[in-house]
Structure formats: structure tokens, C-alpha cells
Design a protein around this ligand. Sequence first.
Ligand code: SAM
Ligand code: SF4
Length: 388
Amino acid sequence: MTPLPPLGLYLHLPWCVQKCPYCDFNSHALRGPLPETDYLTALLRDAAWEAPTATGRSVRTIFIGGGTPSLFSPAAIGQLLEGLSQHLTVAGDAEITLEANPGTVEQKRFEGFRAAGVNRLSIGVQSFDAGQLHRLGRIHGPGEARAAARAARAAGFERFNLDLMFALPDQDLAGAVADVDAAIALEPEHISHYQLTLEPGTAFHARPPALPDEDLAADMEAACAERLAAAGFVRYEVSAWSRPGGACRHNLNYWRFGDYLALGAGGHGKLSTSDGRIQRTRKVALPRHYQTVAGTPAAVAEAWEVPADERVLEYLMNALRLVDGAPRAEALARTGLPWSAFAPGVAEARARGWMVSDPERLAATAEGLRFLNDLLGLFLEPATEAAS
Ligand SMILES: C[S@@+](CC[C@H](N)C(=O)[O-])C[C@H]1O[C@@H](n2cnc3c(N)ncnc32)[C@H](O)[C@@H]1O
Ligand code: SF4
């Protein structure tokens, strides 16, 4: 019997006011009124259907993501959390995060989310530069971004994250640093700092804007990292910075290869079984379709088992994003694999200076983090490596 890892719960609320040109998430511009009640009912049918897979386990973290979950009313979020607790055991001290977009919130709404049981907010700021926000297709300006952060604090959220992106169209080094400084001034507990990527299927991918080259992007990242560190933030994952102790517990569980249920259109779930299997599932992506089939097996678009020979790579793609990596014992417990499955790749990575030499820990060095894809390439199947 393998001990089961901690369990999280992800809920996907897929609507936005409009679609941003860089975004490849399962998000849809709202046409007409938000189908709040119908979607809520569908999520709770899905929760009832999933509940038997979590028998005897308690949910440690909940993440309500999107899309733009803050379009939902506090009353709906309250009913959702209340309804979930009828199907699942939610730990008393669960971290419950909701994603909120500036321009869709005001203090009363935040107070309502807090009263409904949400105890952490993730606010999608992206930039504090009005011109950049416009090019990124955002519905908010810098004033609304600042107002959202202040409203979060005033509504009693001690824990909130600000999402920022850098290497934006025509951005210079000073622009990237100014965004980080503006975020720090709002005193969040957490800052996610993502390099803008051009994702297939997006408007930016079809008509790419002029982006900073890789050297400038690397300089931006280094300069921003210096500011964040000087302000007391600790980098714990490639893109995640927090005050000491303020890491996002829900995301940490992903990176440590924990388990998670997923409710909502397009949600991805992962569950380990006590006989050592790892199951992944993906729910149907189209919101209307999901609403009609939620709570039945037809809501699962795809379900598959992670084969033993893919677990090392899947595990390390997550764990090596963490600055501290993971204890070796946890790697073996979470994958159900013997050390011999990791050993050759780890030996090679250590020889190249990409992984730390501590025998009890699997962690990338600073160099390894910079070349993470090359490092992960060392763990590809020998057959694949030979073919490439
Ligand atoms: C799930 S998304 C959406 C959150 C929220 N709807 C918003 O946009 O504010 C979470 C974060 O991913 C980041 N993100 C989305 N698309 C990205 C891209 N193409 N490149 C880099 N970061 C991206 C943004 O910072 C965004 O806030
Ligand atoms: S608001 Fe967020 S989820 Fe919606 S389209 Fe923009 S980036 Fe994507």
C-alpha cells in the first residue's frame, strides 16, 4: 500500500469579459448574461460524481481559477463552497484562492468573497503601464489594478497575489522593473512574474508583436529578481515569489506531484491510488457541453494512466521548477519508482552542474533552472533521445 499524497481541488470558471490576445487558457468571451446558476449546479453535480474518488481523504486547498471567477457573485461563490462541503471533506484550515481581474471587482465584492470563505486572492494585474495594458487587451488600467490590491487588503485578505508579465511588446528594461516596483509598493504577500510567451492558437501567435529578444528578457528577469529579493520576497519556483511562508499551497501541491480533483470545463485532475497507479483526467472543454454532461461519465473527455516509464519526466517537470526541488524520498513515494529510474539522468545532470549534489535532494542548480528544458531532456526515454 502506497501512502497517498495531499489532495487539492481545482474549479474552472471559464468566462471573461473579453479574450486577451495572448491567452490560451480555456476562457471564453461572455456573450449575454453569465449563466451563474446553471454553471454552479453543473459544478456541484460534478462534485457529487467525483466524491467517491476522494473517499477518506480531505481537500487541503481549493483554487477557483479561470477565466475570470470574479465575474461570479459572492453569493454564488458562497453557495459553491457550501455545496462542495456537502460532497467532499474540506480541511478546516484549507487555503481557498479565487482569481480576480481588476475591472471586475470593487471592495464590496471582495468583502463578499471573504465572507463566503475565500481566504486568498490572485489578482491578474499583468502591468501597471496603461499602454501595455491596452495592447494586452486588458479591460483595466493601472488605477484599477492598484484599487483592486487596496480593496483586497481593506476587505480583510491578508494573503493576496499579483500576477505580472514581463518581456511585453516593445518593453524596455526600465519598464519591466517599474512594473515590479509598482507591485511591491502594494505590499502583496505573493507575486507571480511570468515571461510573456506566444502560445499557438492565440491572436499574438498569429500576428506576433515585437517582443524583447532573449538576452533582454533574461536581463529583465535578473533585474526584477534583484528588486524582489531586496524587498524581502523569496523565489520558490521559476515564476513565483513570496514573503517567507507565503507560498501558494495549492500550486506547491502541483509542483510536488500531489493529487487534485478538477471540476469545471476543461479541468485537469490527477489521482494516485493505494495500489500505486496514477490516473489523469480531463473534463470536456466547452462550457455549454460541460453544463449538459457534468455529473455523468460523459463529462470526462479523456482519462489515462501515467505509465511507469513516463513518471520520472512528469515528476521532474514539476519538482525541478521549485528552487528547493524535492526530497529524494518524496520523489520515490510520489512516483512509486525505485531510485534506479532516476539515477542515470541525475548522475548526468550533476556532472554537468545542473543539479545539486546533495544525495537526499533532487534540485536544480541556478544554471539548471536557466536551462530547465535541456536538464529535463536528460530524462527523456533513451529511445526518444536516440531518435532525436
Ligand atoms: C489563468 S491566467 C488568468 C487569470 C485572470 N483571468 C487574468 O487574466 O487576470 C493566470 C495568469 O497567467 C498569466 N498568463 C496568461 N497567459 C500568458 C502567456 N501567454 N504568457 C505568460 N503568462 C501568461 C497571466 O499573468 C495570468 O494572470
Ligand atoms: S482575462 Fe485572463 S483568462 Fe481571460 S482571456 Fe484574459 S488572460 Fe485569459
